[in-house]
Write a protein that binds this ligand. Structure first.
Ligand code: NAD
Length: 698
């Protein structure tokens, strides 16, 4: 990376930002840009400067790896670069293309002129990292596009094609064809014009800024739950109605406050965590992959249907196999119904519905799936059934096909052993509904080939999923941790709480859904059959008396209109049910438990610390490669609040020393299993060394 290169086209200097892949404004780029500018100023033969990006984009803004590090504060910082551009005696023309995002757009806003290729996406997405544009963006954008459009872009962080703002002060020209040639020609035309226009010298025009800003504050406050950045964005934009010299320091101050906020730290952690998840140390990025041009799914039930939709949505033809015509018809009808519901909501056109359903072909014969590049098994969660399926797949599938299982709890190594090609077997654990949920746990078996793993990691991206690799264990990363969380939720109701109270406490903490509402959504029968299997495997394990009793009465959640709550037919609102309260209270009585009042704080502490402790065990066993992978699983699959950064980041933010102390205190609770509060050895070790999960490799 050179940072930026300098060349000339006659009397125009061309500075090209160069930091692949998106010209992030790292220190080297900022420094090279400034020296290019100095060179142009000093050269009497140069009368104007064009600034553009190497590769596909102008610039996506700050180099995220520098955020929060000393290099990000090393001069020249972006405000310095922009100040120097504004002071330049020769006009500087920003030539935008691809994306002009965040600091990249702020840089362009500091230039005297801006031209753009059609389709250039402009945005100030800092709010998504819990920040606000801190290099004048909140002050200059309103001056360019007006208060309302600027506020909308800054508070939402969403992007807009530049030509939509062609008539505003943002763009001087949209250039069709060769951008560099067009920008150089533009620079020649304006080279002699004086005075040089600067956005900072413009006034924000609005008929009634006070009334508009009041309205904006109220509406943003109503939706910004748990996040300070959106309101601070409004405050910064509000300052743009003042003279620039007064507004800019207000923006700077608000930016500094946000950089150190726990919410922004959490969001920045997740941003990097999501990128890190696809990097597997012993599977380098140049590992060969196999092409996936066709797929097959075995089983057209809840998961099979959703998985087939994922392939069709990505334009990959998929065969769906069932044992009986009836099940096949039902599965295909559900798929069509789901697509038609999306069309009704305006998310798909009628043609798209036909195109996608057309990609999904039903069959009852294994020979029809033989040529698929990948086959995903989604039959009943029963090892004997899976054995039969994998033996047949081993017989029929072409050489080199990937054999995947969607099992949520079974031993993938055992499943692989049902075939003569264990290296081609992998777990692809989708979450329900599979066509909606982002998370894909990719289960790497003992024998799974690197090529197979690399292929499935790539496939996850193609399907629009966030793939996280897990080793083999009961429940993998997400459900294994969830079991401990649910265990505490169930103990809480044995001891004195009721499901709506536990749910309310965890929802207040930020979980998208409390444990009992979530259990009703997932279906109580699924976890009941898993529990029964575990009771059989480990006869001395503690029985979940209340949950079992609820299932014995046929209450499986939303699907039976009754579970931990009751539901009106066809509706999803959870209605507290006195029948459940009675069942819980009488079970406690039978167990000889004196029910007590439990605080919301205790409910949250017990459920979340249980999650963290199991996460630590998963990490020390090497089931998860890194703590941040666990955070990604919880964020994308379990509704953990983003502003808390995932369970492991949350533990880090509490301080592991404090986590361990809290667990020791909880172990004194006589009820339940005190050994549940024995800190994982990795947790004790890191706490003792004053380290954190995410800050240090285990
Ligand atoms: P389901 O009962 O809705 O569907 C299973 C389907 O498989 C049925 O339609 C059945 O007819 C079919 N089937 C059974 N044996 C078959 C065979 N030999 N050949 C072809 N088809 C056969 O179950 P589901 O909820 O879709 O679960 C499927 C798998 O996905 C299980 O392993 C489960 O643990 C896993 N899973 C489920 C969820 C969930 O939330 N439901 C989430 C993640 C993973």
């Amino acid at each position: 990376m050179s940072g930026a290169d300098y060349s000339t086209r006659g009397a125009v200097a061309v500075i090209r930002l160069d930091n692949p892949p998106v010209n992030g404004l790292a220190h080297a780029v900022r420094a090279a840009l400034l020296s290019g500018l100095d060179k142009a100023s000093a050269d009497a033969d140069i009368s104007a400067v064009v600034l553009l990006g190497a590769g596909k984009s102008f610039s996506a803004g700050a180099d995220i790896n520098e955020l929060g590090t000393p290099r990000s504060l090393l001069e020249p910082i972006l405000p310095t670069v922009i100040r120097e551009i504004e002071r330049s005696e020769k006009p500087v023309v920003a030539a935008l293309h691809g994306v002009a995002m965040g600091g990249g757009l702020e840089l362009a806003l500091g230039c005297h002129y801006r031209v753009a290729a059609p389709g250039t996406q402009i945005s100030l997405p800092e709010v998504k990292l819990g920040l606000l544009p801190g290099a004048g963006g909140t002050q200059r954008l309103p001056r360019a596009v007006g208060l309302e459009t600027a506020l909308d872009l800054i508070v939402s962080g969403s992007s807009m094609p530049a030509e939509k703002m062609a008539k505003s002060g943002l763009l001087d020209e949209v250039i069709e064809g060769d951008l560099l040639a067009g920008a150089v020609a533009f620079a020649f035309r304006v080279a002699a014009q004086r005075p040089l226009p600067l956005l900072r010298e413009r006034r924000v025009s609005h008929p009634d800024p006070e009334a508009f800003l009041m309205f904006a504050r109220n509406s943003v406050a109503a939706v910004a739950k748990g996040y300070p950045a959106p309101l601070k964005c409004v405050e910064a934009v509000a300052a743009s109605v003042k003279p620039f010299e007064e507004g800019a320091p207000i923006e700077r101050q608000l930016f500094i406050e946000l950089v150190s906020s726990p919410e922004s730290k959490a969001l920045r952690h997740l941003f990097l965590a999501e990128r890190a998840a696809s990097k597997i140390p012993d599977v380098p990025e140049d590992t060969p992959t196999r092409p996936i041009r066709s797929a097959a799914v075995i089983g057209a039930g809840t998961m099979g249907g959703g998985i087939a939709m994922c392939f069709a949505n990505a334009g990959i033809p998929v065969r769906v196999l069932e044992v009986k015509q009836e099940a096949l018809d039902k599965g295909l009808a559900t798929i069509r119904k789901n697509y038609e519901a999306s069309a009704k909501k305006g998310k798909l056109t009628a043609a798209q519905v036909e195109e996608r359903t057309g990609l999904i072909k039903p069959t009852l014969v294994f020979a029809d799936v033989a040529e698929a590049d990948i086959v995903i098994e989604a039959v009943f969660e029963d090892l004997a059934v899976k054995e039969g399926v994998f033996q047949q797949l081993d017989e029929v599938m072409k050489k080199g096909a990937i054999l995947a299982s969607n099992t949520s709890t079974l031993d993938l190594d055992k499943i692989a052993s049902f075939t003569r090609r264990p290296a081609d077997v992998i777990g692809t654990h989708f979450f329900s509904p599979a066509n909606v949920m982002k998370l894909l746990e990719i289960v790497r078996g003992r024998a799974t080939g690197k090529e197979v793993l690399a292929t499935v990691l790539g496939l996850a991206k193609k399907l629009g999923k966030t793939g996280v690799v897990s080793g083999v264990c009961d429940g993998f990363i997400g459900n294994r941790m969830l079991a401990r969380y649910m265990e505490q939720a169930l103990l809480l109701i044995e001891e004195g709480a009721l499901p709506p109270q536990v749910d309310a406490a965890l929802e207040k903490f930020g979980m998208a859904m409390g444990p009992f509402r979530m259990a009703d959504l997932a279906g109580g029968d699924v976890s009941w059959s898993i529990r029964k299997r575990r009771y059989a495997e480990r006869p001395d394990s503690r029985r979940q008396v209340i949950a079992d009793r609820l299932c014995e009465t046929g209450r499986f959640g939303q699907k039976t209109s009754a579970g931990w709550y009751r539901y009106e037919p066809g509706r999803r609102d959870a209605i507290p049910d006195p029948v459940v309260d009675e069942l819980i209270v009488s079970a406690s009585r039978e167990m000889g438990i004196a029910r007590r009042k439990i605080s919301g704080e205790e409910m949250v502490e017990r459920c979340i610390l249980a999650l963290i402790n199991e996460g630590a065990k998963i990490l020390e066993e090497g089931i998860a490669l890194r703590a941040s992978d666990i955070d990604v699983v919880y964020l994308t699959g379990y509704g953990f609040p983003r502003f808390r950064g995932g369970p492991m980041h949350y533990a880090d933010s509490l301080g592991l020393y404090n986590v361990v102390r809290s667990m020791r205190r909880l172990s004194r609770n006589a009820h339940g299993d005190p050994s549940a509060w024995e800190p994982a050895s990795l947790l004790s070790k890191l706490a003792g060394e004053g380290k954190s999960f995410n800050g240090s490799a285990p």
